[in-house]
Design a protein around this ligand. Structure first.
Ligand code: NAD
Length: 497
């Protein structure tokens, strides 16, 4: 944390004002004046300083959200007006795409092309929930008595705490804010302290679109300091968390003391299974994009490629050749295919995983450290796309989520073995299968115990289909109708006329 701020730094974006906490419809500094430096991962240099909330600010935000829910208009606002507000926000996101994506790239290191895709998806999720909430109807129930009108209705669940990670800062937050607003909830949003900028800008756009005071409150700051105020309270009705497994455990345990509903979207260790009959070029391309997009810092990254033995040597050679051509550089440089890691901590973690993989007998085929060319800022968090061959489940690198650009290769000889390997993980977020055999595709896609299974594709999703994990990848669902239902209570009204 830094103690000083320069107005030059804080006004570096037209979408980020002088104060960055938004509580009860007012932009403020932290109650104790704390700030945090925001670092560009491509240079390692601070480029902006933002307010860092205190636990007292977090309590003030929850109190504002509680008041807006209990006494404000928003939970009782007609659905058509709620949908119209979501569409106004989507229009403002579209109008500010360039600046929002620039902030996302400066903050995360991902390429501008990747940030622009995120922005398209943010807009889509807002429009999707605007449309869905308009057509979500009450359900009439026949209770066998004509004098009784029985209806099951959906009501907003209440005050929501929305906690997001640093890898898809605004995208992940929009998956929470859009359904929460659509449902009529009030909320406190806390982006990752590593990457708060796009969410600050987004909240400014929400204010411009007409979100009422107290409905959407924003805090920046470390989860370890704000977490207790946000989760250890009876004033919150639902916590939607996306982040790591260990944080998910802490939040779930705290919320349980208050019987607060929690949805946790956690990590993944995602298998990508390639059969010998797969379309070769497409499989190489999908395996590499699937693992190296955003430098592998993707919950659904296909980090374990599981290849049929008969093609494995040639397939791995093709992966290694293509990987060596991936251009790493500043995300703002249009020539870069992939950017730096988000932080020094991530870089240290990758270095540790490489050492552990080598010690456990994995064979390094490419990468394993910083790229050689001097064509990058020396202070950036650079790490080359890395491939380890001849891996197995005894290795940490195969069991644990590395959350970086490291691909491990395992081999199989039978379909049953491929399925067993694909399911041999504590996680269960996503999996991929490459095959041209429709019967194999049908058996594998049903047999894999993961929340999303792609066949002859990898990494795609749509706001209309649920996203979430089996096993230790989480217990809730975002997107789709279930993603809206998470923010709603169900009420049965029995009216004897
Ligand atoms: P993290 O768990 O360290 O932090 C996530 C968020 O939780 C941050 O905002 C952080 O400040 C906050 N936090 C930390 N401790 C807290 C506490 N005690 N109480 C309340 N909040 C707290 O995770 P990260 O490093 O930001 O993100 C990476 C992880 O997120 C990976 O495991 C990745 O797989 C996962 N992820 C999952 C999905 C999904 O859809 N399942 C999507 C993106 C990322």
């Amino acid at each position: 944390m830094s103690e000083t701020r320069s107005s030059e730094q804080t006004t570096a974006s037209p979408l980020i004002g002088e104060t960055q906490l938004y509580i009860d419809g007012r932009w403020r500094h932290a109650s104790d004046g704390s700030t945090r430096d925001i670092v560009n991962p491509a240079t390692g240099a601070t480029f902006m300083t933002v307010d860092e909330a205190t636990p007292a600010d977090a309590t003030a935000a929850i109190t504002a959200a509680r008041r807006a829910f209990d006494h404000g208009e928003w939970p009782r606002t007609p659905v058509a007006e709620r949908a119209a507000l979501l569409r106004r926000i989507a229009d403002l996101v579209a109008a500010n795409r360039a600046e929002l994506s620039r902030l996302e790239t400066l903050d995360t290191g991902k390429t501008l092309a990747e940030s622009l895709i995120d922005l398209t998806d943010v807009e889509s999720v807002l429009r999707y929930y605007a449309s869905l909430v308009e057509v979500t109807a009450d359900r009439a129930v026949d209770v066998g008595n004509p004098a009784v009108i029985s209806r099951v209705v959906r009501e907003p669940i209440g005050v929501c705490v929305l906690i997001a990670p640093w890898n898809y800062p605004l995208l992940q937050m929009s998956w929470k804010i859009a359904p929460a607003l659509a449902a009529g909830c009030t909320m406190v949003a806390k982006p990752s302290e590593v990457t708060p900028l796009s969410t600050i800008a987004f909240v400014l756009l929400c204010e411009q679109a007409g979100v009422a005071p107290g409905v959407l409150n924003l805090l920046q700051g470390a989860g370890s300091s704000l977490g207790p105020a946000l989760t250890d309270t009876d004033d919150v009705d639902f916590i939607s968390f996306t982040g790591g497994l260990s944080t998910g455990r802490v939040i779930s345990a705290t919320a349980a003391q208050h019987i607060t509903k929690v949805a946790v979207e956690l990590g993944g260790k995602n298998p990508h299974i390639v059969f010998a009959d797969a379309d070769w070029e497409s499989a190489v391309d999908l395996v590499l994009t699937g693992v190296f997009l955003h430098s592998g810092q993707v919950c659904s990254a296909g980090t374990r490629v599981i290849v049929e033995e008969s093609i494995a040597d040639d397939f791995v050679d093709a992966l290694v050749t293509a990987t060596s051509q991936i251009r790493i550089g500043d995300g703002l440089d249009p020539r870069s295919a992939t950017g730096p890691l988000v932080s020094q901590a991530q870089l240290d973690k990758m270095t540790d995983y490489v050492a552990s993989a080598l010690a456990e007998g994995a064979v390094l085929r490419t990468g394993g450290g910083a790229p050689e060319s001097a064509d990058r800022h020396p202070g950036g968090y650079w790490f080359s796309p890395t491939i380890f061959d001849h891996c197995d489940r005894s290795m940490r690198i195969v069991r644990e989520e590395t959350f970086g650009p490291i691909l491990t290769v395992e081999r199989f000889t039978t379909e049953a073995q491929a399925l067993a390997l694909g399911n041999d993980t504590d996680y269960g977020l996503a999996a991929g299968v490459q095959t041209s055999d429709a019967a194999v595709a049908a058996r594998m896609t049903r047999g894999l115990r993961h929340g999303t299974v792609w066949c002859n594709d990898f990494g795609y999703y749509t706001p209309a289909a649920e996203w979430g994990g089996f096993g230790k990848s989480g217990n809730g669902r975002e997107l789709g109708p279930t993603g809206l239902a998470e923010y709603q209570e169900t009420k049965h009204i029995w009216h004897n006329t």
